[in-house]
Structures are given as structure tokens and as C-alpha cells.
Unconditional design. Sequence first.
Length: 305
Amino acid sequence: MKKIILFAALLMGMTAYAQQDPLFSQYMFNKLLLNPGYAGSKEVLSIDALDRFQWVGIEGAPRTFTFGAHTALPNNKVGVGLYAYRDVLGPTINQGLMGSYAYRILFPNSKLSFGLQFGFKSFVYDRSKVNTLEPDFTFDQAYVQRYTPDANFGIYYYSNKFFIGLSSKQLFQNEYGYVMVNGTSTYTRLMRHFYGMAGVAIPISEYVSLRPSFMAKFVKNAPLQLDANVSLVFNDQFWIGMSYRTEKAIIFLTEFRITEKLRVGYSFDMYLNELQPHNKGSHEIRLGLDIELFQSRMLTPRYFF
């Protein structure tokens, strides 16, 4: 029954303009996945890997892995980056590789960055991975694979005390997936995703700061998704926080800086909607590494988030 429910949800996503970007609970730690203007903002070579296990306990549930790196160049006005992702949902695999370029306008205590990403994405549908109680011939094609170029744009304004970002992804809106349903061609089009985000650092004491942030995502013909987070940071070493997502999910997250260069993070999503009895939540594990490539000009490797 779980397989049937999941596959029905998949069919609706393939024929409607649903939200197509992978979901992340630790977006505030690596915003390169959402906004190309973020490239180079940490002033060091920042490498980040994240593995997300969504809806644990439901067979065929989403599993997403991302790997990215970005840095500012020696002229301090340009940031570059690269990220790859692989998102598996039942019989479908979405994956891509995107390169980032950001030009930064430098102010005395802040920076304004304009970023562009360009790359390629692929969509794979493998009917052999669909299990049904009875033979089903709804889909005439057993295997579909499609490649398409894509581009993203973002604006990111930040200092070591706040950040504000606006971005739009999947600008080309290319046709992506393709299947034959009852003899009729059905296409999935990549819809533009719009993101807004902001956060601020509020000192509580010499060693503790409060860091609220939020993220909003909008896609045509899909409900607006809001993610609000409140976190406490202790001595810039240990981070603990909680988020609420409008799809009725509560997220608990933490980050720990093991050394000046190495950090690990974890988050757990607990659902309050109809999915609650059928899964054991969602988990994200993240590993980050900061390396000073241009030490002669480096003042500090730390900026907000």
C-alpha cells in the first residue's frame, strides 16, 4: 500500500507543476544550492557535502546527496563555485552539475553579490523499479532518460551580522521528463523556483548569540513554503536550533565545529501531517571543510552562516 501511495504521488508530480527542487533543512549552512550569489561569501575555499534521508520507513522515499565547493578569488571581487546533486525518488533519478560565478560589490562593512549558475541536469525514469500488486501497463515506456541545460540567478547581500538573498532557479523552464500515458505523450517542464531568505545575528553575551533566519520558496501552481528557524550559537563552536516548515514539520538541527576548518551538522524532521504514522522522520547529515587558499589576504574565514 505504501508503494502504491508513493507512486500515485509521483504521477501527480510528473503531470502537474509541482515543486521540483530537492528539500533541505540545513539550507542556512550552504546557500550555494539555492542562491549563486553566495559563491565566495565565506572568503575561504568552502567544501560541503550533505546526505538527506527523507520519510524513513517508506520504501522508495526521497534520498538526496549534494556536494559543493566555492571560494573568492584573489581580486576579492569574484566568487566561483561548483555543486553536484543526485535526488532519487522511487523509479526516478534527478541529478545535475552546476557551475557558479558571482561578482561582488565591496562596501566598508558589507558586500553585495550578483551570481549566475549554469550547468546540466538529467532525468531518469526506470519502470522496473515500480512494484505493484497487479500487472500495470499505464506507462508504455520502460526506461526514459533526458538531459537538459539550466541556469539560475541570485542576489546576495551580507555582512558578518546579517544576510538577505533573492534568487530564481530553473530559468530556462526546459522540458524534462517524458512518458507515454495511454498512448499520449506527457512532458514534465522544469518550473522556475523563487527563493527569498534573510537572517541576523543578535549578541546575547560575549559567548552566545541568537541567530533567527527564514526561507521562502514559491513555484507557480504550488503552495508557498515557509521555513522559519531560531538558533543559539555558543562561542562560534556549537550551534543548536529549531525550525518550523509550513508543510507541518518541525526540524531540530545542530552543528559542531570540530576544528577551525572542519564542521559537522545534523538535522531531524518530525512531521505533524498525514505522513506521521507512516514514517520515522527525515534525517540530514552534513560535513563541511574550510581551507584558506589565499592566506596573505585572509582577514577572517567566518561570515554569518
